[in-house]
Design a protein around this ligand. Structure first.
Ligand code: CP3
Length: 346
């Protein structure tokens, strides 16, 4: 059965415009909190295929989204390259051994040595695939990875950052080392995503959450070209698997984000009409409601109706313009999904 979400990614006609939400499996769902408590912590949950499968399917069953997204994290890649990942409550991810030199980089695993270690992710995908195939609810499975730049910022800074000053110091004073890091991460991610596809995902999304930290004239060199390299590699092997590119915060870059992919994820700071004008002829557009509108049903309906109007003669997938926040009422997330379906019924 061809899936509505996959068809929409490929620009085909669908009975309505499908919808999913970034970070849809997460803390706003009491059912997620219960499974996470059983697992003990977030990383244990990522490492447990049965539980990861369970939380992947929760938003499909509870909120009614048209696609599940694999439950994992972008940072499992540097973790399996050999960096020591911790998630600290109330603080976020932390690596205690950030990369400072070529020697530090050389000590990390690369290519298949790293990607072959992510067996728990591949096992999770196989379980989800089996579950979805036993249903007849037409839901797709999205696999994902972080863009090399976004991953590199964590590997260099050791944690989240407001200024990116350590990564950018490297960008301007030792670009060769930064490129070596990006190239090594790119190799791992290529094999990782290939294995995700072979394990059963329907669609790939590449998250460049920290795209906006780079000045426009340097964006291609330090981020976009590596994302395109990953997309080209996957398209050469799996031409039928749709690829979604999501560089966050890039209204100024829309003239330089071309490549061999299917869907462009529009973040909430970019007007959808502008994205449509610049990219709508080439790509399906995904997005882009401001996630905080989910606090109000009225604000949600207003935005969904406006997006439907802008995209009425375009190719579109509904989503938020970034991740859902932990204190959003579940009822409001359900309202978002049903409003997207209501306004787009054909
Ligand atoms: O539902 C989904 O979208 C699938 C799962 C998913 C998670 N992380 C689970 C998660 C996905 C796709 C990600 C991607 C991710 N992880 C990104 C890119 C997307 C984005 O939001 O920009 C980034 C930058 C990360 C790194 C990361 N992971 C941070 C900064 C944090 C801490 C912030 C926070 O929200 O606590 C995480 C933890 C994380 N990843 C959680 C979840 C559900 C929260 C962990 C918990 O407390 O249960």
């Amino acid at each position: 059965m061809s899936k509505i979400f996959v068809d929409a990614c490929l620009g085909k006609e669908t009975p309505y415009t499908p919808v999913w939400m970034m970070r849809q499996a997460g803390r706003y769902l009491p059912e997620y909190m219960a499974v996470r408590a059983e697992a003990g912590n977030f990383l244990n949950l990522c490492h447990d295929p049965k539980k990861a499968c369970e939380v992947t399917l929760q938003p499909v069953d509870i909120v009614g989204v048209d696609a599940a997204i694999l439950f994992s994290d972008i940072l499992v890649i540097p973790d399996e390259m050999g960096m020591d990942l911790e998630f600290i409550k109330g603080f976020g991810p932390k690596f205690n051994d950030p990369i400072k030199s070529q020697d530090d980089l050389d000590r990390l695993r690369g290519g298949k040595d790293a990607s072959d270690r992510l067996t728990y992710v591949y096992d999770t995908i196989k379980l989800i695939r089996k579950e979805l195939d036993q249903r007849d609810d037409n839901k797709a499975l999205i696999g994902f990875c972080g863009a090399p730049w976004t991953l590199a910022t964590y590997m260099i800074e050791g944690q989240g950052t407001k200024t990116y000053n350590i990564s950018k110091k490297m960008m301007y004073s030792n670009p060769e080392l930064l490129h070596n890091i990006l190239a090594k991460v790119t190799e791992v991610v290529k094999y990782y995503m290939e294995k995700q596809i072979e394990s059963g995902i329907d669609v790939v999304q590449i998250f460049d959450s920290w795209a906006s930290a780079i000045e426009p004239s340097k964006y291609n060199e330090f981020s976009w070209k590596y994302m395109v390299e990953i997309a080209d590699y996957l398209k050469s092997k799996y031409p039928d698997t749709p690829i979604i590119m999501f560089p966050k915060g890039v209204p100024a870059f829309l003239d330089q984000v071309y490549g061999n992919f299917d869907v462009f994820g529009v973040d909430w700071s970019t007007p959808m009409a502008l994205a449509k004008e610049k990219l709508g002829d080439r790509y399906v557009l995904q997005g882009n409601m401001e996630p905080c509108r989910l606090y109000s049903k009225e604000a949600t309906t207003e935005c969904v109706e406006a997006l439907a109007e802008i995209m009425k003669d375009g190719r579109h997938i509904f989503n938020l313009g970034h991740g859902i926040l932990p204190d959003v009422p579940v009822e409001n997330a359900k309202h978002f999904v049903s409003e997207c379906h209501r306004v787009s019924k054909r």
